[in-house]
Design a binder for this molecule. Structure first.
Ligand SMILES: [Zn+2]
Length: 482
């Protein structure tokens, strides 16, 4: 996809014009636009009326789509851009011209480019007849200095291109996206970037004593892996650690889930996807921080070898863990991932992301992720970046009182409290038990937001939630230090 930036004075009507415009300006729309659109905007030429948030006008020469954006923020512009691409897929046009409204700021242009990539993804990954992809050539017109506008579109394209591929990774079914498939994906994507990757296979996992990861994965015919990524630019001033839950399919194990929405459990690697995508995008954007990513990946399945409720298992930290419910497998992967990264790297901040609990969904619906953090300034920075990029997060407590829910009679700790109350919090307390005093940690329970409904899919699709947020956070940190 080619996205160029031009001055608004150069605009010419071609066969298609998209106008992204704040909703409150709907009445003044015509007054604001260049003269060549006057004729087109004769109300008689309106064909679709106000359909949802889009108005379409056309005459013989040109079709104009108005995309009304309620509140022009990163996420609303990104979504509108994705929908614009989707509309053109339906009409099968190959070349389009888009016009930004005059208010477009650099970060909104970034959102626009990201949304174009996002909307152009191929969702029919396994359809026998693959749909012909349009070769997109888009021109965005605006009134920013050319280099500033182009740079913003370029940044958005970097992230958008990654988001497109990460989206496909999340949408791949469990019989395709296995732990090994994910590792191969990371190795392949890292080859062209300066990212070091090590893939620790089943025997390395046992040799290293990653027993919590091993126990979750040993009941599957697709063996577990631990993926270790290290993006280490020479000018790096800080080291950031990321850990992502990579359960490629979650049956619940012996504590079997009910079947209704189990097909969505292919997305139980949404946290891993965010970690991988963030590191790839950080490398493409040249962010000056060392970023280490750890992805413990396994399939949680039922088998004669599968771990059981009541089992006591060792872990990488040395702590013994009593298993209460085998469907609470994500925190076991994360416990080993967290212990591993803290033992082997000296970090300034550690962030883990996981589709961890139904409890987070019960609390927040599908609107945002739960944030747990033991470092106030890190929490503030993440919330600030969240407000800028529109990926919503909200703070939950880590009060000491919850810790007793994890006391075990037989082992050092139990991993689940077997109660319908405060599930997301108790899961976070379990992870906190593996920090060994590390003072700057954040945990994002992204179960509510790893998938979402869109106008372009029959079912929910992967969002890549966390990539925008973390890239924004890293960029803000970099800009603040200059
Ligand atoms: Zn589970």
């Amino acid at each position: 996809m080619q996205i160029n930036y031009r001055s608004i004075d150069e605009i010419q009507a071609k066969n298609d014009v998209w106008v992204f415009i704040p909703k409150q300006d709907k009445e003044t729309t015509q007054a604001q636009l260049p003269a060549f659109l006057d004729q087109v905007l004769d109300p008689k030429s309106m064909i679709d009326g106000l359909k949802k948030e889009v108005t379409v006008y056309h005459n013989k020469e040109v079709t104009v789509h108005f995309f009304y954006i309620n509140k022009a923020n990163f996420i609303s512009v990104k979504t509108a851009a994705a929908e614009a691409i989707y509309l053109r897929h339906k009409h099968a046009a190959a070349v389009s011209v888009s016009l930004d409204a005059q208010y477009m700021k650099p970060y909104l242009l970034e959102a626009l480019a990201e949304g174009f990539w996002w909307g152009a993804q191929n969702l029919g990954l396994h359809k026998s007849e693959s749909r012909l992809e349009a070769s997109w050539g888009l021109t965005v017109y605006g009134n920013l200095p050319l280099d500033e506008g182009s740079a913003a579109l370029q940044r958005g394209s970097h992230t958008g291109e990654i988001l497109q591929r990460i989206g496909s990774l999340v949408n791949e079914p469990g019989n395709v996206c296995t732990p090994r498939f994910m590792a191969d994906f990371v190795v392949k994507e890292s080859l062209t970037r300066s990212i070091q990757v090590q893939v620790h296979d089943a025997s390395a996992i046992q040799e290293k004593g990653l027993w919590a990861l091993w126990n979750v994965g040993k009941g599957s015919s697709y063996p577990p892996v631990l993926i270790e990524m290290d993006y280490h630019p020479p000018q790096a001033t800080r080291t950031i650690g990321l850990v992502g839950k990579g359960v490629t399919f979650d049956t619940g194990g012996v504590s079997l889930k009910d079947g209704k929405n189990m097909h969505y459990m292919k997305s139980d690697m949404g946290g891993a996807a965010a970690v991988i995508g963030t590191i790839l995008a950080a490398a493409d954007c040249g962010l000056p921080y060392r970023i280490v990513g750890i992805v413990p990946s396994a399939e949680n399945h039922i088998d004669r070898l599968a771990y059981r409720p009541g089992d006591v298992i060792p872990s990488y930290s040395g702590k013994t863990i009593e298993i209460i419910n085998t469907d609470a497998e994500g925190r076991l992967l994360l416990a080993d991932g967290i212990s591993y990264i803290l033992k082997n790297y000296k970090l300034d901040h550690l962030i883990d992301l996981a589709t961890l609990t139904g409890s987070a969904v019960q609390t927040l619906g599908y609107q945002g992720a739960a944030l747990f953090c033991n470092d106030e300034s890190l929490a503030d920075a993440l919330r600030q970046s969240s407000a800028e990029c529109g990926e919503k997060i909200w703070p939950f407590p880590l009060w000491e009182e919850y810790q007793k829910e994890l006391e075990s009679t037989i082992a050092d700790i139990r991993h689940f409290h077997n109660s319908p109350l405060a599930g997301a919090i108790v899961a976070a307390k379990f992870l906190e038990s593996f920090l060994d005093g590390f003072p700057s940690w954040a945990h994002l329970d992204i179960a509510p937001v790893a998938l979402k409904e869109t106008v372009f899919s029959k079912e929910k699709i992967g969002t890549g939630f966390g990539i925008d947020l973390l890239i924004r956070w890293l960029t803000d940190m970099h800009e603040a230090s200059r």
